[in-house]
Design a protein around this ligand. Structure first.
Ligand code: PHE
Length: 444
């Protein structure tokens, strides 16, 4: 599909792609995977992967989108006519579809927690947050209801094509989230024994790493930056041909890494101080943060504010996930609304087993994992690395070097940066992905 849409301003593009990138990955997933995968060494590796692998890939997707001005599938067809490379686009669409199916489960938990917060069940002292969390995720009606609500909002916004308007709100929401995190960090760091948490989070102990945690760190960096699925191809296709892409990618990576570190610094000191387990898993944030807010003046109000901002960040990522599925399916804007609802319903159906896997279906296991974990594993540790691998190969082997050069650095003299980017894409990234991948399949 030719893009007839365009961002009304440069900031619109930055906000939308930052909105896609910043979400559960930084705020919910990273802290819990860090907790289960060994702490500081994992974070160090994850930051390295994000800078040396995720970041160059983000730029690569931006180059494809801005150059072709086409959606995730048409873009590859345009650049490599009569080849099968456009399957990268289909792989991305499929990945987003599965990703949204379990993403919405967590979105549903946030919806539930907003409700609990309004009704005073969290944030008002003496609640047993572990019990509350278990109730929230294991009760089928609540889990599925929350997930449905989350998807209804997503389908509504994407169907109407009004994400851009909503993303404008993130101009205020994201800074507010930053500020709230700083308040949280201050509170968390002034708890007793806070330093134990800080050192767990930031002091690398490499003996805690194994092949699997290295793969998790890699998958996490792709998940965090929304790369490997051509979402960023689609978003940058709405740019004008001469818009800058380097600046936005630096801001996106920078902001996202900041939020990631903030989330960890808010959570881990409290984990150790208040006697929780860092290995608590997906419930970590939902159990620990309410307890921190409880230790604050106006805690209940701040908690509600936090949950609303958190939901907002999660929704803007969900919009991008559904958008790419809808953009491919609807050839013109007429049936967009219908398409959004139909796809939303399919995503919901696919997601129900994930939602139930924290409760009545917790015994069902796929390759030794719960349904939710299996879906997440498939996406984060197989499909995203595969998509990323193919994109790095496509850009660096299939596209001409001088074209890439003129696309990326536009006549400026920063040649060595281009060379470094090209080298990473052509040699390092594919190699690292293969090695990390094979290493794990070896031990399974
Ligand atoms: N980056 C998003 C997050 O961290 C998730 C996402 C991945 C969104 C891939 C779009 C595509 O929450």
């Amino acid at each position: 599909m030719e893009q007839n849409q365009q961002w009304s301003s440069k900031i619109g593009f930055i906000l939308a792609s930052a909105g896609s990138a910043i979400g559960l990955g930084a705020i919910w997933k990273l802290p819990y995977v860090t907790g289960t995968s060994g702490g500081g060494a994992f974070i160090l590796l994850f930051v390295l992967f994000s800078l040396l692998i995720g970041f160059p890939l983000l730029l690569a997707e931006f180059v494809i989108g801005r150059k072709t001005q086409k959606d995730a599938i048409a873009a590859y067809k345009h650049l490599a006519p009569n080849t099968k490379w456009y399957y990268i686009g289909y792989l991305g669409v499929f990945t987003c579809f599965v990703l949204l199916s379990f993403y919405s489960v967590i979105g549903g938990w946030i919806v539930q927690y907003i409700f609990y917060s309004v009704t005073g069940q969290v944030g008002t002292g003496n609640a047993d947050y572990e019990a509350l969390f278990n109730h929230a995720v294991s009760n089928p009606a609540l889990a599925i209801g929350g997930q449905a609500l989350f998807l209804i909002v997503t389908a509504f916004v994407v169907g109407k094509g009004i994400q851009a308007g909503i993303e404008k709100a993130s101009k205020f929401m994201m800074p507010a989230l930053f500020v709230l995190f700083i308040v949280l960090i201050v509170r968390s760091l002034t708890l007793d024994n806070a330093m134990e948490g800080v050192s767990f989070f930031l002091m690398p102990d490499f003996s805690k790493l194994n092949s699997e945690s290295i793969l998790f760190a890699l998958g996490q960096s792709f998940f965090l930056l929304s790369v490997g699925v051509s979402v960023m191809v689609t978003y940058s296709s709405y740019l004008k041909r001469d818009d800058n892409i380097i600046q936005p990618s630096i801001s996106i990576v920078g902001m996202n890494l900041f939020i990631s570190i903030f989330a960890g610094l808010a959570i881990f000191p409290a984990v150790f101080s208040l006697g929780f387990e860092p290995t608590a898993g997906p419930g970590l944030l939902f159990i620990v943060l309410p307890s921190v807010f409880e230790q604050m003046v106006f805690g209940q109000f701040f908690l509600l504010m936090f949950l609303v901002l958190f939901l907002f960040a999660t929704l803007t990522s969900a919009f991008s996930l559904l958008e790419i599925v809808v953009a491919v399916g609807s050839k013109n804007n007429n049936n967009r609304n219908r398409q959004a609802w139909i796809m939303g319903i399919f995503v919901f159906i696919l997601g129900v087993p994930s939602a139930l896997s924290f409760g009545i279906w917790s015994d069902v296991s796929i390759f030794g994992k719960s349904i939710f974990d299996a879906a997440d594993y498939l996406v984060s540790n197989i499909l995203l690395p595969l998509g990323a691998f193919l994109i790095s190969i496509f850009v660096s082997y299939k596209l001409k070097k001088d074209i890439l050069k003129s696309e990326l650095i536009r006549g400026t003299k920063v040649n060595f940066l281009f060379e470094a980017w090209y080298f990473l894409l052509r040699y390092i990234i594919p190699l690292v992905i293969i090695i990390v991948f094979l290493d794990v399949t070896d031990i399974i």
